[in-house]
Design a protein around this ligand. Structure first.
Ligand SMILES: [Zn+2]
Length: 329
């Protein structure tokens, strides 16, 4: 059974012994067998596509950092309108709507995509292949020369597919390179800048619609702070926040706690600012009685590991990072 995993049902009623499940329980073949006989657990072969064990195997196989190193970019590709696909499915059902009517269909009506998964999946697959072949691997190399890639396609509840991709890029900086080098590389390809409506109307339109975060119920699963960390904190420049290193552990803990309190306070100030009344980072810092130097220091320290803080103006705190060429593609 090395090529299979055992899944246990997560149901309190179905599994009265749930509270007693620990490592010794799951290592006991008799107890697992008893669960399987009562249909409270089942074996899942790793070879069945789409199952959690299958994806776990893929994750180890494709994203193994030992072979390729840490991937350079993670991107999600989706179609938010599905106008052509909805039009095709509607015609299959003997209905004909114009573009405006299709665009104005409600979320429930767009679940129509589920009624014909083949018609939905085929154009998406074609566009995904074109995106890889003509754009990512095209001569313009908008993300640099890609050496390896892996992607996983998932389906939203309404039936629309989207792809999560990881890419490895030649000569990308490594985690051991200087923070300045890493930040320069990120700034070359990724931004959350809102371009001017006059100079770049298409990009401005995409950016303020599809790239803008809107909270949904999934944002608040575990905390009063959005689990995607929106609104993001503004930063005068891109920096790599690093683990704070001090021999004095008491002083280190106090410094980290103070920084976390200050940043949380600023996050709540921005979250409560429904009218977007702050016009600049300076204004925000004045309101929260912070100096720029202290704020940037607090942004640049972490408990452990490194994290990227992207350059972000105060009006860009709801924007998901993007690559301008890919967004226009
Ligand atoms: Zn959110």
């Amino acid at each position: 059974m090395d090529s299979a995993s055992t899944a246990i049902r997560k149901s309190y009623r179905a599994l009265p012994t749930e509270n007693n499940i620990d490592s010794s329980f799951v290592k006991d073949p008799d107890k697992i067998k008893s669960l399987i006989l009562k249909d409270n657990a089942y074996h899942v072969p790793q070879t069945v596509r789409g199952t959690p064990p299958y994806w776990k195997k893929c994750m180890y196989k494709h994203c193994r950092s030992k072979t390729f190193g840490i991937f350079t970019f993670f991107l999600t590709l989706s179609d938010l309108k599905w106008a052509d696909t909805l039009d095709a499915i509607l015609r299959q059902q003997g209905r004909q709507l114009d573009n405006e009517q299709i665009e104005n269909l409600s979320w429930e009506e767009k679940t129509l995509l589920r009624s014909n998964p083949v018609t939905t999946a085929r154009p998406f697959d074609h566009r995904l292949n074109c995106f890889f072949n003509d754009i990512l691997f095209g001569s313009a190399q908008p993300l640099g020369k890609i050496t390896h890639y892996s992607y996983r396609i998932e389906f939203h509840q309404r039936g629309s597919p989207h792809a999560h991709c990881v890419l490895w890029v030649e000569n990308a900086p490594k985690a051991t390179d200087s923070n300045e080098e890493i930040a320069d590389f990120i700034d070359e390809y990724i931004t959350c800048k809102i371009p001017s409506q006059e100079d770049e109307p298409d990009l401005h339109n995409f950016e303020t619609t599809v790239q803008k975060h809107h909270h949904t119920y999934t944002c608040w699963k575990k905390s009063t702070i959005c689990r995607f960390h929106f609104p993001k904190l503004p930063s005068p420049y891109t920096l790599i926040a690093c683990a704070l290193e001090y021999d004095d552990l008491v002083f280190k803990a106090a410094t980290l706690e103070t920084a976390a309190d200050i940043l949380t306070n600023i996050h709540y100030t921005l979250q409560d600012d429904k009218d977007n009344k702050f016009e600049s980072l300076d204004e925000l810092l004045k309101k929260t009685q912070m100096t720029l130097k202290q704020y940037v220091y607090d942004l640049s320290i972490t408990k452990r590991g490194k994290t990227v803080v992207l350059q972000r103006q105060i009006d860009e705190i709801w924007i998901n990072p993007y690559n301008p060429s890919l967004l226009l593609a």
